[in-house]
Design a protein around this ligand. Sequence first.
Ligand code: UD1
Length: 427
Amino acid sequence: MDRIVIRGGRRLSGFVPISGAKNAALTLLPCALLTDEPLTLRNLPRLADVDSFGHLLNELGVSTMVEGSRPEDFGRVMTLRAAELTSLVAPYDIVRKMRASILVLGPLVARAGSATVSLPGGCAIGNRPIDLHLKALEALGAEIELAAGYVKATAPEGGLPGGHVIFPTVSVGATENALMAAVLARGTSIIDNAAREPEITDLARCLVAMGASIEGIGSERLVIEGRQRLHGATYQVMPDRIEAGSYACAAAITGGELVLGGAPVAEMAAVFAQLAEAGVTVSEDARGVRIAAPDRLRPLTVSTAPHPGFPTDMQAQFMAMLAIADGTSVLTETIFENRYMHVPELARMGADIQVRGRVVVVKGVDALVGAPVMATDLRASMSLILAGLAAGGQTEVARIYHLDRGYERLEEKLRAVGADIERISNG
Ligand code: UD1
């Protein structure tokens, strides 16, 4: 299995191009199921998860064509076409590798009247049930059956009628599934307590480009007037705010200065506010956002929350950064119950971190030391990379397939700004 080896202690400096957003890509790809016309997505990041989603769509009968992109380019253009659906089943083999596969359920049942999806696996960050997805589709008129590890959704004769979805708690994926189903329902639907993540706005804008009628985009109430059919479109995937935030942490933890090319500034307010609180200078630059770190960071008190709050997908990276801050920080994870798998690994590198339920107390130490560590999930893996960039000596991160799911050409981007980092393949 591949490993990443980092010799830490170098200040990073320079320009990092920010890729298309993984989480936006994973909800834009299944939009192809909603029409028999071509959907062209630009700025799709080159990631294992995007490839897996493409394969899943191929299984369902969607053709995918990548346009002449050169290997050295970041991002690519993909045209998807679901002229005819040849299968309505998302099999276990694909779904277990990528939780986001559940996002085919809504569009498939809306377009084809029936869909069967294996119960998902994916990142090991807690239980991660799909009950909210299923209740939302039920509210839109689907019948749901669970059997033998699969969930089957069926629409009544003539298609989903549409309905009123009221989410008891905010869920990004369930909001996306509900929205993709509602756009092809027969009547008007309302989604209350919708998630407001920027990736949902991106999804809604793409659906509108395909002919959908959606009001309240960006708010917690979405009103959708169902259409009989949607048409093809060309849509540009938004830049990745979590990738940008991760590189901001790379600048901060190494006392460096980076310009994040094309970072989505407006969508990153909570992360930038916390960085500023820690003493990092965040300023707009003609090419993106400039992040300039002080010699020593101040400690923080941070609690994760749905957007526009501080994203859970940045918690692990902030923890690594705060491990060498000048004082004691307190981090609270409110979204996922078990998202602290990076803690023992960071501790192996000399971090002083205590977990008390959902609250973590991080006592800043003077320095981290390189060590062999193991990646456990996508963002946890990034926190180990960050710790390795700051640590004295050599850090070896194993199980890096997690990173390949979500960071486009990580080593290349980091090497270009001065990191001593390489991937070692064990064949
Ligand atoms: C998405 C993101 C992920 C991010 C998360 C929260 C993608 C592909 N992934 O994941 O990177 O960390 O949003 O911002 O976009 N829940 C239920 N029942 C459900 C669905 C969710 O109880 O049916 C719970 C989850 O266990 C969690 C909370 O709701 O505690 C929020 O999860 P959700 O917003 O759905 O996350 P995902 O869409 O899976």
